[in-house]
Design a binder for this molecule. Sequence first.
Ligand code: AMP
Ligand code: MG
Length: 334
Amino acid sequence: MILALETSCDDTSVALVDMTGALLFHRSLSQIPLHAPFGGVVPELASRTHALHLPALVEECLRETGRTLSDLSACALTIGPGLSGGLLAAIAYLKGVGFGTRLPLVPVHHVRAHLRVAANSPDEILPGSLGLVVSGGHTHLYRIDLWPNLALLARTTDDAAGEAFDKGAKAMGLPYPGGPEIERLASGYTGRTERLVRAIHTPAPFDMSFSGLKTAFVALVGREGSDPEKRPFLAASCQGAIIGHLIDRLGKSLSHYRPPALFVGGGVAANGAFRRALEALCGDLGVPLRVAPRPLCGDNAVMVALMGLELFREGNFCSFPYDEIRPRPRWDED
Ligand code: AMP
Ligand code: MG
């Protein structure tokens, strides 16, 4: 069995899978109520809370599944990209566990793990496929060579797509995280929407940018006011602009690369309007589409466990005293 931990942002998540990949346990503690008063994740609070909750969650996992640490083959953990304090919480915890158990540790790349759960098995991820991760911290488009090797093709030059949802919601006085709130308000709205930004210039053709769109949206909220009746119109305008930009750039890159498939993951991929827009785009272009199941779009330890299992089988793990295991907050750039 593989025990997996995910602590790269504001979810403390633990999962247990057996060697066939069957899920035996998964529980996540969201820190949303803790960070909501600040309108976003406070890194120091996040890491302290991960450190506090991890031991109890792992104990729950072992107790409820009737297992002990000696039943495990290895532990997998996200070591990056992510907030360094949060990454360190899981690393320090598992290095501590290792003093007693000498269990191998499997370092997992968070973004690859998001893409892994868009496929049922790694064999489905054909070389040359594209992978889009749209989350609170990332908007990255990858070319997948021989899985799990990824090459970064394009990225946001400023805010991530999830951040644009969160900041748009904040401008409207909605709680954090804003994506689900915006989706809820926009769903069922069929009226006019504001076309926020017509052309977004980025230095590279497939890169994305959300900050100009955000400024335009804040200005729109300023003009329209916070009348509750305006909220569906505002939310639909914000959501439409973010999705429109993602689909525009994705359409260009799919037409250019003609990949055998597109894999999509990350919190924003839970958005129903985005999923429908992806289906329409890929249907038009004849590109097979695989999007992560909704419950596994946001950060979770299931994706870390499945990725960890795959890496462990291939011999990609570290032995005690785990000198190679360190936080890699900006893994793709370092
Ligand atoms: P992650 O970083 O992968 O955990 O994803 C969190 C991000 O996804 C946050 O920025 C959320 O606002 C965003 N998000 C979650 N659900 C939705 C949704 N239904 N629509 C749009 N964004 C969402
Ligand atoms: Mg994530």
